[in-house]
Write a new protein. Structure first.
Ligand code: DQA
Length: 141
């Protein structure tokens, strides 16, 4: 299967950004290990700090690829445009958050994206991305 992982704003700083919340591992390090776990599948990674670039990428892959694992960062809580893009495409999207957003500030409790996503994984650290990939591949994969 062809699966795209998308990280939104500030997630390029994983490993250095607020390590008590987001951990010490960079996403590049984590992603190399993740690819090795799924040798039969094509896992690709894209990160952008820009809302429009995330929307463009959703449009680009969203009619042909098998699944998208999306951590839209703070755009989760603000972006009707990303929510609309998820609704517009055919590829299923799994929403992931590294931290348990429900234990944090009230403004992080609402997601514009969740109603348009196939599923949501919250608060399980970087392992959430692996679980998102597994959700797309299914039990047979
Ligand atoms: C996050 C949670 C968001 O509230 C925050 O803005 C992020 C990261 C997470 O992965 O826990 O940038 O999506």
């Amino acid at each position: 299967m062809r699966i795209l992982l998308i990280n939104g704003p500030n997630l390029n700083l994983l490993g250095r950004r607020e390590p008590s919340i987001y951990g010490n591992l960079s996403f590049e390090q984590y992603f190399t290990g993740l690819q090795a776990q799924f040798p039969a599948h094509e896992l690709t990674y894209f990160q952008s700090n820009h809302e429009g670039a995330i929307i463009d990428k959703l449009h680009e892959v969203g009619f042909d690829w098998d699944g998208i694992v999306l951590n839209a960062g703070a755009y989760t809580h603000t972006s009707i445009a990303i929510a609309d893009a998820i609704a517009a495409i055919e590829t299923p999207v799994i929403e992931v958050h590294i931290s348990n957003v429900h234990q944090r500030e009230a403004f992080r409790h609402h997601s514009y994206l969740s109603p348009n996503c196939k599923g949501v994984i919250v608060g399980l650290g970087l392992q959430g991305y692996e679980l998102g990939v597994r959700a797309i591949i299914g039990p047979e994969g």
